[in-house]
Design a protein around this ligand. Sequence first.
Ligand code: ATP
Ligand code: MG
Length: 600
Amino acid sequence: MRVSRLMLVTLRDVPADAEIASHQLLLRGGYIRRVGSGIYAYLPLMWKVLRKISAIVQEEMDATGALETLLPQLQPSELWERSGRWQGYTAGEGIMFHLEDRQGREVGLGPTHEEVVTSLAGELLRSYRQLPVTLYQIQNKFRDEIRPRFGLMRGREFIMKDAYSFHADEDDLRRCYGEMDRAYRRIFERCGLQAVAVEADSGAIGGAASQEFMVTAEAGEDLILTSEDGSYAANLEKAVSIANPATPLPEGEVKVIDTPGQDSIDALCNSQDLEPSQVVKVLALLARMESGAQQPVLVCLRGDQELNDVKLVNAISALQNDGVLDVTPVSVEQVANQGLSPWPFGALGPDLDDASLEGAKSWTTSFLRFADPTAKELDRFVCGANSPNQHRWGSRWSDLSCDPQVVDLRNAQAGERCQKDPTQTLMARRGIEVGHIFQLGRKYSQAMEASFTTAEGGQEAFWMGCYGIGVSRLAQAAVEQHHDQAGICWPLAIAPFAVVIVVANMQDETQLQLGEQLYDTLRAEGVDVLLDDRSERAGVKFKDADLIGIPWRLVVGRDAANGQVELVERATREAQVLPTDEALASLREAISTTTSPTVV
Ligand code: ATP
Ligand code: MG
């Protein structure tokens, strides 16, 4: 490809709306253009990168025996009604774009394909003899993200590889999950990415294993906790730890203390000379359920601990056997709007009476009560007295007439000890989630009545797994991990071109001829080569070459007269002036070591 024919428009300035380096560089390098919020055009250079990544993904998926397919993006609401997910995906913070067709039937734009694929499997896979089967596809997904940002990292239309497997039993699902785990590691390694596998939240289904693959980078939206030796790694959503011990409260009788204006843990501790770990804080929240219920929730945490929203949502939905649309803190106004007497916010105790909910307009009239183990384990503590500006000092759980469910609901933190190996301390790192593998079990197959005939002649629901890779996010994550001040440094396997030939002076006949000759030679050998044949100043071309980040550069300049060219490695900037033949030989050797699939 010739740069003069590439429609290449590079930008000198950093685009105002791009916050992180990879987003800036992809815009500046002419890889992507923003079309709307979370909507991007992949320009020809980017499309080459995406095709290379897709080809690696395809090779590794095919190697596991998975079958490539292409499923519809337009999905009838009935399928989602059958799985019970229509409501959750369209109401509240639901992320599915949905619309009515001309006949007034509702359809959604696929954010994911469990429904479509499970219904197909139910129709096509009748016997255990046909199992196992894994289907995969690479296509655009649509998600009306609450906060689309960082370019391709969180788009509203993006490219995903999604795979779904069907099994006769759980053991076979586990085998396939293990195989996918290995395939994913190979994919990320071949793409030149450093990715860590972390334990991930499995949602409310419980029990089923799930693992995310994170590209570690400061710009990552996810927080992960790892032990020093790396033997434990988990997304914060899921991570557990041994909390640091609480400071015991001094001896003394139970008493009520006046705490005017001390309605935060900090204010209370400062005024009363307490440690946060001596306090039980009580959070009042409202859970909106898929069934329509509005369920008030009281959560007791040790004062020095933070609530983990994901753990809470899982606990609520497990206890209620109902999906959670969202959970938000209860406000003074909401209490008033329900027609209730004011609650003593800032002095709530674990035993706040259900009478506080009596006569509520739309809320359920009893609390769901939870306590994190670190709160429940406290022998004596300070907590709200359920009357404004008053707390109780020296309370014991046995003195309080409430019996909260004890569930791990706190965020694990860096610096705490690892549960799996208490000699290890946890460290925090940021990561970009590029893949997720998941043992779904029989959640969808049971809900959608997708079953097969067993060897014994019975009917059983499929065991299922699902496996996603964010192909477009991965491409940008690669830039986040591989760039410098001057631009992108693509890993060879996913670079749009392996080598760029820069002819320094297009007016110089010798340079021009040698450049063209090198271009023809490399193309004839099947090398993915770009020729910068623009009549720009050499400096401009070098800057652009740095910016777009082609791994190898052959500079045809003044030395062309002596049959010499300069070979430069983009990532290290190592440069050698060599006779043309030697330069070609070095280049061939450097680019042959890659495991890049052939994409033209
Ligand atoms: P996240 O937690 O980042 O929102 P998710 O858990 O919803 O992602 P999955 O449903 O597991 O994502 O989708 C599979 C993969 O698709 C993710 O691992 C991620 O790499 C990618 N992905 C998900 N949402 C987006 C998005 N909005 N833009 C780009 N890639 C995405
Ligand atoms: Mg995920």
